[in-house]
Design a protein around this ligand. Sequence first.
Ligand code: NDP
Length: 293
Amino acid sequence: MTENIITLNNGVQLPAIGLGVFQTPPEETTTAVADALDLGYRHIDTAAAYGNEREVGDGIRRSGLDRAEVFIETKIWISDYGYDATLHGFAKSAGKLGVDQLDLLILHQPLTSRFDLTIEAYRALEQLLADGKVRAIGVSNFMPEVLTRLLAETTVVPAVNQIELHPYFQQKQLQALHDEHNILTQAWSPIGGITSYAGGDKRSFDDPTLIDIGARHGKTPAQVMLRWHIQEGRSAIPKSTKRTRIAENFNVFDFQLSPDELAAVDALDTDVRSGPEPDSITLDNYGMAIPEA
Ligand code: NDP
């Protein structure tokens, strides 16, 4: 399944489709992860802030796969930003996951009100990379100005920027900046989950264009959205706790969207974000502590 493999800017290979586990309760996480790996996924995206890294590790071990066969991505939360704090954040995540090395470690958010701490956190990631503790490093929710500042003040170009990206919010300017610097765009809420659970009135799953394209291929709107990401060269990390949907979201390697169909999905962009403005995340309002391993 070569289409599922993306080579990052440092040569490390990442399976394009991963299972996301944001809002997956710890008690459902082990089964969801083991189901995904059973169904062919080889990439799991978690975060220190999701409170389920331990159960992700359990799910990987339950699958019986070798550690090297599964790509593990996790994120450092803002309360662990700063050079020493971020090194310790790595130790907490690796300890909970039960692994010595992570495949991809990213900063969950830019802390624009304390950019000094953000830079120190990224320098810690650079050190972890140099020490072989992580195979690749990156960021999440970095907007163009913030990403440009990071590039100017640090050495290693992030391998990925994980951002809100679904048909209704495509961040085309940011994607172009990624392309310029060979940074992989990784889509969170890739099937527009946030257009539903954040209380929005326009659900991506009910979109007539996506339903119509899907009908031509015998596929669902979720599958059309995931196919669109793959064909446009992005990684996508759909979340589900249900085995049938986990399977559906991986069953996207047996059809092709035409150039017109890709353009029709591109045209759905409303340029309206459903998630929080990255600048609004501060230590005061979101700085909860991450427990020890
Ligand atoms: P998704 O776009 O993955 O959508 C998930 C939602 O859609 C859930 O409510 C799920 O419900 C439902 N769903 C899943 N598959 C289908 C399907 N085939 N048909 C219909 N409904 C479906 O949104 P997320 O926000 O969860 O994003 C995915 C991942 O991205 C997260 O899990 C996390 O790993 C990452 N993320 C990162 C963020 C960041 O700041 N870096 C922010 C948000 C997410 P159910 O489980 O009941 O099936």
